[in-house]
Design a protein around this ligand. Sequence first.
Ligand code: ZN
Ligand code: ZN
Length: 109
Amino acid sequence: MDPKPLQPFEAYCDHCHQQRPLFLYEPDHNCHLVPVTCRWCDREKQPLLCTRCWGKERELEENTPLTEDEQALTSFFVAVSSRSQRHDDQVAADRATCEGIAAATEEQS
Ligand SMILES: [Zn+2]
Ligand SMILES: [Zn+2]
């Protein structure tokens, strides 16, 4: 028996049910900070979509706002990380001061 020629993966799209080359949809957003019901993450299995439906799904995902809890938590993390950034700047400034003092002390001796 002859080996079958390699075929592009074609089957019925989970959305439009047309027979087309399919791509596995994977959510693009990062994991959630709080447990939420997410229509993309909570799927038992990601759909196989044709390019058109895949693009639509991605657009929908990108246009879906975070839940209020997540928004609150995200702004909290942003605030914390910008505070720690300021802390880092302060440490760097302190170090520069110390080095300046050390250099000045060395010059004197
Ligand atoms: Zn489709
Ligand atoms: Zn999700």
